[in-house]
Design a protein around this ligand. Structure first.
Ligand code: ADE
Length: 239
Protein backbone atom coordinates (compact mmCIF):
# COMPACT_ATOMS: atom_id res chain seq x y z
CA UNK A 1 0.00 0.00 0.00
CA UNK A 2 1.11 3.54 -0.68
CA UNK A 3 0.07 6.51 1.48
CA UNK A 4 0.80 10.08 0.39
CA UNK A 5 0.50 12.85 2.94
CA UNK A 6 -0.08 16.46 1.90
CA UNK A 7 1.06 18.66 4.75
CA UNK A 8 3.02 21.77 5.63
CA UNK A 9 4.97 19.42 7.93
CA UNK A 10 5.29 16.27 5.82
CA UNK A 11 8.35 15.12 7.78
CA UNK A 12 6.18 14.77 10.86
CA UNK A 13 4.06 11.96 9.43
CA UNK A 14 7.01 10.40 7.58
CA UNK A 15 8.95 10.38 10.84
CA UNK A 16 6.07 8.77 12.77
CA UNK A 17 5.95 6.08 10.09
CA UNK A 18 9.52 5.05 10.91
CA UNK A 19 8.83 3.35 14.26
CA UNK A 20 7.39 0.11 15.60
CA UNK A 21 4.78 -1.74 13.62
CA UNK A 22 4.53 0.96 10.94
CA UNK A 23 8.31 0.97 10.54
CA UNK A 24 8.21 -2.80 10.16
CA UNK A 25 5.51 -2.50 7.46
CA UNK A 26 7.90 -0.16 5.67
CA UNK A 27 10.89 -2.48 6.05
CA UNK A 28 8.88 -5.41 4.73
CA UNK A 29 7.90 -3.40 1.66
CA UNK A 30 4.22 -3.57 2.58
CA UNK A 31 3.72 0.16 3.05
CA UNK A 32 5.35 3.31 1.75
CA UNK A 33 4.59 6.77 3.11
CA UNK A 34 5.47 9.88 1.09
CA UNK A 35 5.14 13.49 2.17
CA UNK A 36 4.30 16.44 -0.09
CA UNK A 37 4.63 20.02 1.05
CA UNK A 38 2.20 22.53 -0.52
CA UNK A 39 4.81 25.23 0.09
CA UNK A 40 6.97 23.57 -2.57
CA UNK A 41 4.14 24.21 -5.02
CA UNK A 42 3.37 27.77 -3.93
CA UNK A 43 4.28 30.60 -6.27
CA UNK A 44 5.41 34.17 -5.73
CA UNK A 45 8.23 35.61 -3.65
CA UNK A 46 6.58 34.66 -0.38
CA UNK A 47 5.41 31.18 -1.41
CA UNK A 48 2.10 31.83 0.26
CA UNK A 49 0.01 28.83 1.22
CA UNK A 50 -2.78 30.67 3.05
CA UNK A 51 -4.81 33.87 3.04
CA UNK A 52 -7.44 35.69 5.08
CA UNK A 53 -10.97 34.28 5.07
CA UNK A 54 -13.63 36.06 3.02
CA UNK A 55 -16.34 37.36 5.33
CA UNK A 56 -13.76 38.17 8.00
CA UNK A 57 -13.00 36.33 11.20
CA UNK A 58 -9.86 34.98 12.82
CA UNK A 59 -7.26 32.71 11.33
CA UNK A 60 -6.15 31.93 7.82
CA UNK A 61 -7.47 29.59 5.15
CA UNK A 62 -5.24 27.38 3.02
CA UNK A 63 -5.17 28.40 -0.65
CA UNK A 64 -6.54 26.15 -3.37
CA UNK A 65 -3.63 26.24 -5.81
CA UNK A 66 -0.67 24.99 -3.73
CA UNK A 67 -2.86 22.18 -2.42
CA UNK A 68 -4.17 21.31 -5.87
CA UNK A 69 -0.63 21.21 -7.30
CA UNK A 70 0.69 19.02 -4.48
CA UNK A 71 -2.30 16.70 -4.79
CA UNK A 72 -1.67 16.43 -8.51
CA UNK A 73 2.02 15.64 -7.92
CA UNK A 74 1.08 12.97 -5.39
CA UNK A 75 -1.49 11.42 -7.73
CA UNK A 76 0.97 11.43 -10.64
CA UNK A 77 3.68 9.72 -8.60
CA UNK A 78 1.89 6.39 -9.00
CA UNK A 79 -0.45 5.16 -11.73
CA UNK A 80 -2.92 3.51 -9.35
CA UNK A 81 -5.99 5.57 -8.43
CA UNK A 82 -5.98 7.03 -4.93
CA UNK A 83 -8.69 7.75 -2.37
CA UNK A 84 -8.25 11.32 -1.10
CA UNK A 85 -9.13 11.83 2.57
CA UNK A 86 -9.17 15.22 4.27
CA UNK A 87 -8.37 15.02 7.99
CA UNK A 88 -10.72 17.42 9.76
CA UNK A 89 -12.87 17.72 12.88
CA UNK A 90 -15.84 18.15 10.52
CA UNK A 91 -15.32 14.64 9.15
CA UNK A 92 -17.05 11.36 9.94
CA UNK A 93 -15.51 9.73 13.03
CA UNK A 94 -12.76 7.19 12.37
CA UNK A 95 -13.80 3.68 13.38
CA UNK A 96 -12.08 0.31 13.17
CA UNK A 97 -14.47 -0.58 10.33
CA UNK A 98 -13.31 2.51 8.41
CA UNK A 99 -9.66 1.64 9.13
CA UNK A 100 -10.27 -1.84 7.72
CA UNK A 101 -11.86 -0.33 4.61
CA UNK A 102 -8.90 2.02 4.08
CA UNK A 103 -6.43 -0.83 4.63
CA UNK A 104 -8.01 -2.59 1.66
CA UNK A 105 -7.04 0.24 -0.71
CA UNK A 106 -3.89 0.27 -2.79
CA UNK A 107 -3.43 4.00 -2.44
CA UNK A 108 -4.49 6.65 0.01
CA UNK A 109 -3.81 10.38 0.02
CA UNK A 110 -4.20 12.12 3.38
CA UNK A 111 -4.70 15.85 3.19
CA UNK A 112 -3.76 17.76 6.35
CA UNK A 113 -5.06 21.25 6.99
CA UNK A 114 -3.57 23.94 9.21
CA UNK A 115 -4.94 27.30 10.30
CA UNK A 116 -8.72 27.61 10.13
CA UNK A 117 -8.93 25.03 7.39
CA UNK A 118 -8.85 24.59 3.65
CA UNK A 119 -10.78 26.51 0.99
CA UNK A 120 -14.06 24.58 0.73
CA UNK A 121 -13.90 24.51 -3.09
CA UNK A 122 -10.72 22.39 -2.96
CA UNK A 123 -12.49 19.95 -0.64
CA UNK A 124 -15.57 19.79 -2.88
CA UNK A 125 -13.51 19.22 -6.03
CA UNK A 126 -10.72 16.93 -4.87
CA UNK A 127 -11.64 15.17 -1.64
CA UNK A 128 -13.45 11.81 -1.53
CA UNK A 129 -14.14 11.84 2.18
CA UNK A 130 -13.49 13.78 5.35
CA UNK A 131 -12.43 11.93 8.50
CA UNK A 132 -12.17 13.09 12.12
CA UNK A 133 -10.23 11.22 14.80
CA UNK A 134 -12.39 12.60 17.60
CA UNK A 135 -14.47 15.47 18.90
CA UNK A 136 -11.62 17.81 19.72
CA UNK A 137 -9.64 20.24 17.63
CA UNK A 138 -5.97 19.66 16.83
CA UNK A 139 -3.83 22.44 15.47
CA UNK A 140 -3.42 20.52 12.24
CA UNK A 141 -4.29 17.27 10.53
CA UNK A 142 -0.81 15.74 10.89
CA UNK A 143 -1.41 13.89 14.16
CA UNK A 144 -4.72 12.63 12.77
CA UNK A 145 -2.96 11.44 9.60
CA UNK A 146 -0.33 9.65 11.71
CA UNK A 147 -3.17 7.93 13.57
CA UNK A 148 -4.66 6.72 10.28
CA UNK A 149 -1.26 5.52 9.01
CA UNK A 150 -0.66 3.56 12.23
CA UNK A 151 -4.11 1.99 12.42
CA UNK A 152 -4.06 1.05 8.73
CA UNK A 153 -0.48 -0.28 8.67
CA UNK A 154 -1.07 -2.86 11.39
CA UNK A 155 -3.93 -4.37 9.39
CA UNK A 156 -1.90 -4.94 6.23
CA UNK A 157 -1.28 -8.61 5.50
CA UNK A 158 2.13 -9.67 6.81
CA UNK A 159 2.71 -6.73 9.16
CA UNK A 160 1.63 -8.26 12.46
CA UNK A 161 3.07 -11.54 13.70
CA UNK A 162 0.61 -14.31 14.59
CA UNK A 163 1.07 -13.49 18.26
CA UNK A 164 0.01 -9.88 17.61
CA UNK A 165 -2.93 -10.88 15.43
CA UNK A 166 -5.37 -8.03 14.94
CA UNK A 167 -8.35 -10.37 15.02
CA UNK A 168 -8.57 -10.16 18.81
CA UNK A 169 -8.19 -6.39 18.95
CA UNK A 170 -10.67 -4.16 20.70
CA UNK A 171 -13.41 -3.09 18.30
CA UNK A 172 -12.77 -5.88 15.78
CA UNK A 173 -15.53 -7.71 17.65
CA UNK A 174 -17.41 -4.46 18.26
CA UNK A 175 -16.47 -4.68 21.94
CA UNK A 176 -13.70 -3.34 24.16
CA UNK A 177 -10.80 -5.68 24.82
CA UNK A 178 -10.64 -7.87 27.94
CA UNK A 179 -7.92 -7.31 30.59
CA UNK A 180 -4.52 -8.98 30.11
CA UNK A 181 -2.03 -10.31 32.66
CA UNK A 182 1.50 -11.69 32.63
CA UNK A 183 4.03 -12.86 35.24
CA UNK A 184 4.30 -12.80 38.19
CA UNK A 185 1.12 -14.62 39.23
CA UNK A 186 1.22 -13.00 42.66
CA UNK A 187 2.14 -9.37 43.13
CA UNK A 188 1.47 -6.75 45.78
CA UNK A 189 -0.95 -5.18 43.25
CA UNK A 190 -2.95 -8.39 43.18
CA UNK A 191 -3.14 -11.90 41.78
CA UNK A 192 -3.82 -13.03 38.23
CA UNK A 193 -7.44 -14.29 37.91
CA UNK A 194 -7.35 -18.03 38.57
CA UNK A 195 -9.31 -18.94 35.45
CA UNK A 196 -6.42 -17.74 33.25
CA UNK A 197 -4.14 -20.28 34.95
CA UNK A 198 -6.65 -23.13 34.70
CA UNK A 199 -5.69 -24.37 31.23
CA UNK A 200 -9.41 -24.70 30.48
CA UNK A 201 -9.63 -22.94 27.13
CA UNK A 202 -13.42 -22.89 26.97
CA UNK A 203 -13.62 -21.32 30.44
CA UNK A 204 -10.91 -18.79 29.55
CA UNK A 205 -12.74 -17.79 26.36
CA UNK A 206 -15.99 -17.46 28.36
CA UNK A 207 -14.28 -15.30 31.00
CA UNK A 208 -12.68 -13.05 28.38
CA UNK A 209 -15.95 -12.61 26.54
CA UNK A 210 -17.68 -11.73 29.81
CA UNK A 211 -14.97 -9.19 30.66
CA UNK A 212 -15.26 -7.62 27.21
CA UNK A 213 -19.03 -7.41 27.44
CA UNK A 214 -18.90 -6.07 31.01
CA UNK A 215 -16.32 -3.40 30.21
CA UNK A 216 -18.18 -2.30 27.12
CA UNK A 217 -21.42 -2.20 29.10
CA UNK A 218 -19.82 -0.11 31.87
CA UNK A 219 -17.52 2.16 29.84
CA UNK A 220 -18.96 2.41 26.34
CA UNK A 221 -22.65 1.52 26.42
CA UNK A 222 -22.96 3.40 23.11
CA UNK A 223 -21.12 0.49 21.44
CA UNK A 224 -23.46 -2.13 22.78
CA UNK A 225 -26.70 -2.87 20.98
CA UNK A 226 -28.27 -5.09 23.60
CA UNK A 227 -31.03 -6.20 21.25
CA UNK A 228 -28.58 -7.66 18.77
CA UNK A 229 -26.52 -9.59 21.35
CA UNK A 230 -26.55 -13.36 20.99
CA UNK A 231 -28.52 -15.30 23.60
CA UNK A 232 -25.16 -16.61 24.87
CA UNK A 233 -23.89 -13.06 25.41
CA UNK A 234 -27.16 -12.00 27.03
CA UNK A 235 -26.77 -14.87 29.48
CA UNK A 236 -23.18 -13.85 30.26
CA UNK A 237 -24.43 -10.34 31.04
CA UNK A 238 -27.24 -11.75 33.14
CA UNK A 239 -29.92 -10.15 30.98
N1 ADE B 1 -7.58 18.32 12.33
C1 ADE B 1 -7.81 19.07 13.43
N2 ADE B 1 -8.54 18.41 14.33
C2 ADE B 1 -8.79 17.18 13.81
C3 ADE B 1 -9.49 16.04 14.26
N3 ADE B 1 -10.11 16.02 15.44
N4 ADE B 1 -9.55 14.97 13.46
C4 ADE B 1 -8.95 14.99 12.25
N5 ADE B 1 -8.26 16.03 11.77
C5 ADE B 1 -8.18 17.13 12.54
Amino acid sequence: MRIDVISLFPEFVEHCAGFGVVGRAHERGLLSVHGWNPRDYATGNYRRVDDRPFGGGPGMVMLIEPLRASLRAARDADARPARVVYMSPQGRPLTQAKVRELAGLERLVLLCGRYEGVDERLIAAEVDEEISIGDYVLSGGELAAAVVVDAVARLLDGVLNDAESAVQDSFESGLLDCPHYTRPVEHEYGAVPAVLLSGNHAEIARWRRMQSLGRTWARRPDLLDVNSLSSKDRKLLDL
